[in-house]
Design a protein around this ligand. Sequence first.
Ligand SMILES: [Zn+2]
Length: 120
Amino acid sequence: MIKGHARRGGKKMRKERQKNCIVGITDEYRTSKVCIYCFQDVRMARSRRMIKGKSKMVRVHGALECINPACPSFKEGYTIKARDPHAAAAIAIAGACVLLSTLHKALPPFSPDQSEELQR
Ligand SMILES: [Zn+2]
């Protein structure tokens, strides 16, 4: 992933798509790092595995875990999410905000210039 850059695909591809539907462009900034329920950071899910007779914590690639106890998904016991659908939903949220907000900016957690201020 290229952090902080909008990946926009080929110009040709966009032109083809625009024949059939409206295409929105969204910066994917932090869309796979921010929980879509509480907007706090998620981490890669971990799992306890037996490796060479020893119990070890391993990271599960392709899965995300929200560790915020105040998160709605945490309260429902739904903390581990598949990474790609989660990021797709986050991109949809970020994109919808750009289209609907008067400032045409994504929500602060998905916006490079605004989230830096939040982290201070
Ligand atoms: Zn959360």
